[in-house]
Write a protein that binds this ligand. Structure first.
Ligand SMILES: Cc1ncc(COP(=O)(O)O)c(C=O)c1O
Length: 456
């Protein structure tokens, strides 16, 4: 009889995984999760240093969430949000309105982050057309930003190799601008004078402000490696949007539901965007759910326009079981003080990672905040020498992945705009788990140091 691994290799098409990795004898088949740890079919334990994929915020194995799903399935397995409403979607949207900043009082549910981004693009366009602003359709997005893979979301994604095969099919309305790591202004430059801020304003002026629909940006950008923006950057985004009649969209598919100690990371930057896209952590990934939180007055304007509605929808958006699980997850996060835990722990987490990084020749920098970090690798941290092309290709091509796999953890070897590791554990990770995680990353960095010494 075929093993699970063989069956996977014969019948299951993986996401973004090279054939050699998928067809290796070591392909892990994960069958169980508990807290911050995962277990495969061979009984091996892994530290989930990525919270699944930035999403299992409350940790694995929560029977209260599975009970909420079962209860909802037995009560009402399915009904839509088209012309009807049902209690779990209403309750979830009401809770989100309570957590969201400012007058962000309305939520449109979908089933993934990519759909959330698509929905924001469509809402912005629908809103402008409803106001007679027919010319506004362009989207400003940042280099190396990941906003999803469906064609609309991929059109605003700024990762060249994810876009390359599909370029002829991508919508040409996006203008990509430098991200905050590509800012070339000297330290201490006021936010309004930063090169990455000026680039946005110059792009709007060059394109014609009357053609720009929205700006989309993550509060802390994942692509490029946990890019924390300079102080005042988000206030500048808000000012620019207000000045030119452009909608501001915070893509918080990773950043929301506690990753930075707040329900929404926009709150951390002190800015109320016009829309927030979310997914992942809203259910801690116990069910697929995403959505867009929208400022109430914008939705009202659309209702009161000749359209009379937001012209968009899907079968599973706001699914009763997914929204019931969202309510259970948000309630547990609130009652168990998950935000407070992240805020109380982030400083020591960052300090431990930075001390680890300082001890390695191969670690240029540890960036990030909250429960979200990138370990950026280089050839020599003393001289800030970059990896050679050959070193970069080898590390990205499997060497780093092997070192991480050998440590039995799920932190992500990353090649999007930098070479390094992305770290994003469940938000319930305590001091012992964080020590375990940092120790494993430390051993990976030891091996990178040694590998670089032999491959200089
Ligand atoms: C910021 C951001 N936006 C959108 C997406 C797309 O979400 P999904 O994979 O659920 O479609 C992701 C996924 O990681 C993301 O990180």
């Amino acid at each position: 009889m075929s093993s699970m691994r063989e069956l996977a290799q014969q019948h299951l098409v993986p996401h973004f995984t090279k054939k050699a990795a998928w067809h290796s004898d070591g392909l892990p088949i994960i069958e169980r999760g508990e807290g911050c740890y995962l277990y495969d079919t061979e009984g091996n334990e892994y530290l989930d240093g990525l919270a699944g994929l930035f999403c299992v915020n409350i940790g694995h194995g929560r029977s209260d969430l599975s009970a909420a799903a079962a209860k909802q399935m037995n009560t009402l397995a399915f009904s839509t949000n088209w012309g009807f409403a049902h209690p779990p979607a209403i309750e979830a949207a009401s809770m989100i309105a309570g957590f969201a900043p400012g007058d962000m009082s309305e939520t449109f549910f979908v089933s993934s982050g990519s759909e959330a981004v698509e929905s924001a693009i469509k809402f912005a366009r629908n809103y402008h057309v409803a106001r007679g602003d027919e010319a506004r359709y362009k989207v400003i997005s940042r280099n190396w930003a990941y906003h999803g893979t469906t064609l609309g979301a991929l059109s605003v994604t700024g990762i060249p190799n994810f876009r390359a095969p599909y370029l002829p099919a991508l919508w040409d309305g996006t203008r990509h601008v430098p991200n905050t790591r590509q800012c070339i202004s000297p330290e201490g430059t006021p936010a309004e004078d930063l090169s990455c801020v000026r680039a946005i304003e110059e792009t709007i002026q060059a394109e014609g402000p009357e053609t720009i629909s929205m700006i989309i940006a993550e509060p802390i950008q994942n692509g490029g490696g946990a890019l924390v923006p300079p102080v005042g950057y988000w206030q500048e985004l808000r000012r620019i949007c207000d000045q030119y009649g452009v909608l501001l969209v915070a893509d918080e598919v990773i950043c929301s539901f506690g990753r930075f100690g707040h329900w929404f990371a926009s709150e951390r930057h002190g800015v109320v965007p016009d829309m927030i896209t979310f997914a992942k952590g809203v259910t801690s990934a116990y069910q697929p759910l995403g959505g867009v939180v929208i400022r109430g007055p914008l939705v009202q304007e659309l209702y009161d326009s000749p359209f009379g509605s937001y012209v968009h929808g899907s079968t599973f958006g706001g699914h009763p079981v997914a929204t019931a699980v969202a309510v259970a997850n948000m309630s547990a996060m609130r009652d168990e003080g998950v935000m407070q835990h992240v805020l109380a722990t982030e400083e020591s987490f960052a300090a431990k990672l930075r001390a680890m990084g300082d001890a390695h020749r191969s670690v240029r920098e540890v960036r990030g905040t909250g429960f979200f970090y990138a370990v950026d690798l280089c050839a020599d941290s003393g001289t800030q020498r970059d990896l050679s092309t050959a070193q970069e290709e080898a590390l990205r091509g499997g060497v780093l992945n092997r070192f991480v796999r050998d440590e039995r953890m799920t932190v992500r070897p990353d090649d999007r705009g930098y070479t390094g590791l992305t770290i994003s554990p469940p938000l319930i990770a305590d001091g012992a788990v964080i020590d375990d995680l940092v120790a494993r990353v430390d051993r990976v960095a030891d091996r990178v140091d040694a590998w670089l010494a032999n491959n200089d």
